[in-house]
Write a protein that binds this ligand. Structure first.
Ligand SMILES: Nc1ncnc2c1ncn2[C@@H]1O[C@H](COP(=O)(O)OP(=O)(O)OP(=O)(O)O)[C@@H](O)[C@H]1O
Ligand SMILES: [Mg+2]
Length: 362
């Protein structure tokens, strides 16, 4: 297989300049001998933690089937990488893997991206366009941020999953399309179903199997390997700076909670390759917010600079982080109702940030 991305770019399949989430080109990385690394045709999943080992076992088991998979996890935890790994390990691996970000486009545009349109179906539809679902025929369709789908598209998607056929916008004849569907979201999709924002019948159709992508703070033992991996690659390698990390710097990096998860770690590593003073990254090279993260909550010492409001806010956010963003568990542990927790989050302006999904641990 080509060293480069095998995503087909069909004529009109993606609008230039729109972020449809069509996978960009990605270079293959030869298995670097890293412990527990899994190499697909274009992406390596680096890990060592038990929780990731379990996840990879799950991926191995799920991949050969045609079951729909819902990947849940915070932003930057590798949900798309997991979707690709499932594709690469299925017998569809030689067929397209097509990704679309459902949150990036408004409804009408998304519909024609996804299902295509016939010539003349609306103003500006000068030619027939093949949609991404059709482009993925025989392969895997990855719907990222599926929690953002509007009700109209939800019902069209449900029909597609049930009947295995699509209608192009303005098209009269159904077109048979065979895809394996993988979806991802960082929302509490079951709660969205409860609120009436996401169709229950669609929810059950898209998650025959649910896979949790754990936040980096729950698998800190992966950090050294990830740092080594990120420092060993990337264009900034040629600068020959920031090639390795000193033990002291690593200790600090391990202490940090990485709210932006692996994407944040990757960005920091890229910056360090440019900004570090020497070959080895020292604590002084690290960004300030990693060197001095927000102070730990200590409830027994009185601190004249902290108000009760601030203390409560920090404590509540810590509880949410502790429970991986699960608001029900956090509210229970804090001894407040879920409604109070929601109100507090709104008050702090943190509601959006914590609209992440993690299911209670079994
Ligand atoms: N275990 C891993 N090993 C190596 N690279 C990883 C790993 N997990 C994630 N990455 C890298 O981190 C970045 C973020 O991963 P990805 O885009 O899959 O996350 P995501 O959960 O889809 O994030 P978002 O919610 O922001 O879309 C990517 O560049 C990906 O290649
Ligand atoms: Mg993603």
């Amino acid at each position: 297989m080509s060293q480069f991305d095998n995503t087909p770019i069909l004529p009109g399949a993606a609008l230039p300049g729109t972020n449809t989430g069509m996978t960009g080109s990605q270079t293959a990385v030869a298995d670097s001998g890293l412990q527990g690394s899994m190499t697909g045709s274009d992406k390596t999943i680096v890990y060592k933690s038990e929780v990731m080992r379990q996840l990879m076992k799950m991926i191995d088991r799920v991949s050969p089937s045609t079951a729909t998979v819902l990947v849940l996890g915070e932003s930057g935890t590798g949900k798309e990488l997991i979707a690709k790994a499932i594709h690469e390990r299925s017998n569809r691996r030689n067929k397209p893997f097509v990704a679309i970000n459902c949150g990036a486009l408004r409804e009408t545009l998304l519909e024609s991206e996804l299902f295509g349109h016939e010539k003349g179906s609306f103003t500006g539809a000068y030619t027939r366009k093949i949609g991404l679902a059709e482009a993925a025929n025989g392969g895997t369709l990855f719907l990222d941020e599926i929690g953002e789908l509007s009700p109209g598209i939800q019902s069209k998607l449900l029909r597609f999953i049930q009947e295995g056929e699509i209608f192009r916008v303005g098209g009269k004849d159904p077109i048979k399309v065979d895809i394996r569907l993988i979806s991802a979201t960082n929302r509490e999709l079951d709660a969205e179903v409860g609120r009436g924002n996401f169709r229950e019948d669609l929810y059950y159709r898209i998650n025959t199997i649910t896979v949790q992508s754990p936040p980096l703070r729950r698998r800190k033992e992966d950090i050294p390997l990830l740092v080594e991996y990120f420092l060993a690659r990337g264009q900034n390698r040629i600068l020959n700076r920031g090639r390795a990390m000193s033990e002291d710097a690593m200790k600090i990096v391990m202490r940090y909670d990485w709210p932006g998860n692996i994407r944040e770690l990757q960005n920091v590593c890229e910056r360090l390759q440019i900004l570090a003073d020497g070959h080895t990254i020292m604590p002084g090279d690290l960004p300030e917010h990693i060197l001095n993260p927000e102070q730990k909550v200590t409830t027994d010492d009185y601190d004249a600079t902290t108000t009760l409001y601030e203390l409560e806010k920090r404590y509540i956010l810590k509880a949410l982080n502790y429970f991986d963003g699960n608001k029900t568990q956090a509210a229970n542990a804090l001894g407040i109702t879920i409604k109070t927790l929601y109100n507090k989050l709104h008050e702090y302006g943190e509601f959006e940030k914590y609209a992440v999904h993690t299911k209670p641990k079994a």
